[in-house]
Design a protein around this ligand. Sequence first.
Ligand SMILES: [Zn+2]
Length: 317
Amino acid sequence: MIKKTTALLALYSIACGLTSFSPIGPAPPVNNRKPKPVIKTIIIDPGHGGFDPGAHGLFSKEKDIALGISLKLGKALQKEFPGIRIVFTRTTDIMPGNKTSVQDGIRYRAELANREHGDLFICIHCNADGHEPGGYTVKKLTGYKITGKGKKKKKQPVYSTTWVKNTKKGTATYIWKADRNIPKGQAITHLQESARGENMGDKSNSAFDMTSPEAKMRAQLYEKKYFANSATFGTLVEREFAKSGRHSDGVMQRQVGIGVLQATGMPSVLIETGYVTNKEEEIYLNSKKGQNEMVRDIVNAFRQYKKRLESRPEAER
Ligand SMILES: [Zn+2]
């Protein structure tokens, strides 16, 4: 967590450095001019919906948890920042836009966000670890036994079955390089969330792994302020979760996937609020206390994010 944050700050400095080296800089702001609001519109996107339940827990579905947290988040943001417009991709149990495929739903979400000129796009999801919720059985070969006599003698494997509690837990925030220039359809076709919800798979693609051979290439991506801003907001969100005692896997970047993030022309994050497959975490995710805490954490992160943007010169926001 700390390592990642330090790396982020380093990358962020690089990104800012690149931006400010631009030979044709914008005119310096006039002192008596009222600064433009940094964030005018936030798009909140509760994951899944309608025919697409997302991941399953023991007693609940991801789509309902995501909606519960999202609605509370919108309300809390509206209360603290009445000047900011909140746009939801859905407020009920439907696939956004009443679309009939996940793909069309994703396209709708992204197009809505772009059409509404969002300044920040927040997707709310829950994670699943690929096993049955609560716990699962593991079959293990423990030895062999001999059955029968003479020619009918057979060596048969002996298995033992053990029940393993599903303990995978924690939060993670995913980011993607957002670029208005990516042809929307093309960006979206890359994306297929797994039928199980998000087993996000390879978690080694941390956006801040500076030792990887791709680090140099990846650094170019940070030139884009949207990406840097997504990373900043994501880091703040994960830091707040950690402060609340949650296990945080930090900010992750996926090489392929999360089309909804790819297709939105604004800083975008996808927050995995916890594992619905972990019994204790599922209870937390569904509880009023848990949802209120997560909302408080995200709002705290947003407040700091907004402040950071406001403290920068307009051209670098
Ligand atoms: Zn999901």
